[in-house]
Design a protein around this ligand. Sequence first.
Ligand SMILES: [Zn+2]
Length: 191
Amino acid sequence: MRLFIIVFILLLVSCQSNPDKTREVEMYNADGDLVGNAKISEKPDGVSIKLKLEGLSPGLHGIHVHEYPSCKGPDFKSAGSHFNPEGKEHGLMYPKGAHLGDLPNIEADAGGLVDTELLLAGATLSEGKKSILTGDGTSLVVDEGKDDGVSQPAGNSGARIICGEIKTSPGNKDNSGSPTDPTQFNGKQEE
Ligand SMILES: [Zn+2]
């Protein structure tokens, strides 16, 4: 019986230990096709973005966190401007920059693939104005061209071509039938 109680408590703890520190974001192109994903997690010095994409033109592309969790194609204007809670100007190489949502360019290979990890320095997934889960959330947007790091307001990086919504409350997934449901596990233990 004591073992049963310990297992039950461990299960409860494991269910509650990772509530808001990661997100998996689905990335869509302007036609509405799923073209990859971004795995987002909080690190001590910022937010890590593990990004996999396909179907890009080879070469450099600008990528930024934008202020609204809304990806309405084909122009993705619904995502708003670059996430900028500190009122700075655009560009990682600009003296008055950068927006908190500014990231280094990504490079697609000859086959149009991207598989990389980015760090959004200084950002968090926790409470506070530097959280990309502020309000309803934010979005991750890839541009047609490269971000030159200095031009206002967005690095002269061209049209928005891929977008993913980073939601503070990710979809209402129904976990009642999950094998990690403690109630269900208890029933099996008592048999
Ligand atoms: Zn910017």
